[in-house]
Design a protein around this ligand. Sequence first.
Ligand code: GRF
Length: 190
Amino acid sequence: MRLGVAVSGRGSNLRNLVDRGFEVVAVATNRPSCGGAEFARERGIPLGELAQKAFASAEDRDTAMRDFFKVHGVELVVDAGYDRIHTRPFLEAFSGRIVNVHPSLLPDFGGGMDAVEQALKAAAPVSGATVHVVTGELDAGPILVQEAVPVLAGDTLETLRARIHEAEYRILPEAIRLMEARLAKSPAVG
Ligand code: GRF
């Protein structure tokens, strides 16, 4: 299945997908200097550089991202550390075909960028990682796969984040395979 991956950060989930042989046909970013964008350049994967400042509105930027992914025949969008909320033009074009990886056991610690910090602050004994289908609502949408990750005594943001990332590298590929199976039964994307 042809994947379009949206990134804003380090891009380690993107790298993991490519290393595991997933067909990443396009990468889009709102932060052209991020690690994920750099990785796409290194590997020669078509890169859509869509910094918000180049567009009048979030909808305009998302229209450009939609067109970029469509031109490359993307069938499933993977938000892998993408820090923007998709707006209507994008959500409508890829309805039911966008997944997101989030560093907590949703619905715990949803709704933002600091899920790992929140888990530490709450002294939660367990956190984890979730892959869910993206709907218009932040960190909601049907859950595809989750993995619990223990929070250990003495954990810092870095150590806990690293342990959660390891879980993400397992569950994101699994979730994509589930979506592939599910989408194989539905009509091709228009
Ligand atoms: C991951 O922890 C993911 O859950 C969150 O952003 C982080 C991205 O990491 N949405 P990377 O850029 O893939 O290394």
